[in-house]
Design a protein around this ligand. Structure first.
Ligand SMILES: NC(=O)C1=CN([C@@H]2O[C@H](COP(=O)(O)OP(=O)(O)OC[C@H]3O[C@@H](n4cnc5c(N)ncnc54)[C@H](O)[C@@H]3O)[C@@H](O)[C@H]2O)C=CC1
Length: 400
């Protein structure tokens, strides 16, 4: 994509974002009016869905120059097969998207801007369609139905679910899957897998309840052993490289512990012992919800230097950030480390900035892509079905 066109897209998107609600409403009205059959692909409750359109667009617009974007889109297309997204749907969405943007920018929309968006959308949809077709050719499953084996209420508002997929789920430690429950059809939310691949095929999901959310309250309190959940294709590039090469640091907050736990298991299997540090951040000591695993690391893998950061009684949220910062600043070798960061969107944004300030090159910081912080105030959640990022957009805990 040419730089000029990308600039045009960014500039027009920045303007249209201010009218996000109107534009998203227009988009869906346009789409459903012209393609009535498409309505059935979306959740019954569209209130959250509207925001997801802009969350998804934000993510793609942020990554226009990212050389990894095509690979990401291919994976996305592969994952979109779970929505039954077909080539004609992509065309319909493209048409409604352009119509909605034009509606949102009555004074500044011009031929060049339209061409830039059309070009970008073509690249995006072609990559997604070919990702889906390639997966069909490989006969890769569109989804995995899973039986809930156990549910473990692990901390206030946090449940760990162990699921048994109906067939092998190929994934790497550190990846995530989208999850759906029959009680809330067509609602999908991404969750990191909390374990390295196991011989018995089971996977753990760590779920934190988001009040008012459509899926997490059900997963935390409403599912029981033998219930069925559906998983989409695993995705995410925040995984261990082939070889150790350099020391590793993991920094996890809340249920951001899930992928880090999986990565640590993988590391113990493949590289142990290797110089490693873990910083685990939680809202309170009671929210360190997997203390046995943390203890086991300390006891059996003392080559992992473990620091748990929680507030003292009565301390405010900001105190945790200061404590974490002090704990990180105590080390001087950040330029050497590969760092995995996982947790709330703002946490990842802040940590990336902090680590780069300490000298960690950006290419050595691994995380799942999240939308820009400004969007968090609107609870961006996850994307609409057509741009649903298989890179998840984490829920902002500040909105709880
Ligand atoms: N791969 C990933 O990046 C994953 C991300 N998540 C996301 O992580 C979040 C976890 O939610 P909960 O478990 O409820 O966590 P939480 O709301 O309990 O937060 C965990 C801790 O992080 C601290 N924190 C939050 N933002 C911070 C910041 N900017 N600087 C310093 N400390 C900060 C909080 O004070 C708290 O102590 C969710 O948004 C979830 O979507 C969850 C799993 C994997």
């Amino acid at each position: 994509m040419c730089v000029d066109a990308n600039e045009r897209i960014r500039a027009s998107f920045a303007r249209v974002e201010r009218r996000a609600d109107h534009v998203a409403k227009y988009f869906y009205s346009h789409l459903f009016a012209r393609n009535p059959g498409v309505r059935d692909l979306f959740p019954t409750d569209m209130s959250e869905q509207r925001d997801r359109l802009f969350a998804a667009l934000t993510l793609v617009v942020q990554r226009l120059d990212d050389p990894d974007l095509p690979r990401y889109l291919t994976t996305l297309g592969r994952d979109h097969r779970k929505f039954d997204a077909r080539p004609e749907h992509y065309a319909a969405v493209g048409e409604s998207l352009i119509a909605a943007l034009r509606f949102g920018l009555p004074n500044t929309w011009d031929e060049e801007t339209e061409q830039a968006w059309l070009g970008a959308y073509k690249i995006l949809s072609d990559a997604m369609i070919s990702g889906g077709e390639e997966a069909d050719r490989q006969r890769a499953p569109r989804w995995w139905d899973c039986r809930v084996v156990t549910r473990h209420p692990a901390a206030p508002g946090v449940t760990v679910l162990t699921l048994l997929p109906d067939r092998p789920l190929p994934y790497a430690a550190g990846q995530f899957v989208s999850v759906s429950a029959p009680q809330v059809p067509r609602v999908w939310r991404p969750y990191s897998i909390g374990c390295a691949p196991r011989a018995d095929r089971t996977v753990d999901l760590h779920v934190s309840r988001v009040e008012g959310g459509l899926l997490s309250p059900l997963l935390v309190d409403g599912v029981a052993p033998d219930d069925t959940l559906r998983l989409g294709a695993p995705a995410g590039a925040s995984v261990l490289p082939e070889r150790a090469g350099r020391p590793v640091t993991f920094i996890a907050a809340g249920t951001g512990w899930a992928p880090v736990r999986a990565l640590l298991e993988d590391m113990v299997r493949r590289w142990a012992p290797t110089p490693a540090r873990l910083f685990l951040v939680a809202r309170s000591p009671a929210h360190v919800y997997d203390p046995e695993a943390v203890e086991a690391l300390r006891k059996h893998h003392s080559w992992v230097d473990v620091t748990v950061v929680t507030p003292e009684r009565g301390e405010r949220r900001g105190a945790v950030a200061r404590r974490l910062e002090a704990a990180l600043a105590a080390h001087a070798d950040w330029a050497e480390h590969r760092v995995y960061v996982s947790g709330p969107a703002q946490f990842i944004t802040d940590l990336r900035e902090l680590l780069q300030g300490y000298g960690t090159p950006p290419g050595q910081i691994s995380y799942d892509h999240v939308p820009v912080p400004e969007r968090q105030a609107r609870e961006p959640g996850h994307a609409s079905w057509f741009l649903h990022p298989s890179q998840p957009q984490w829920i902002n805990p500040a909105n709880r």
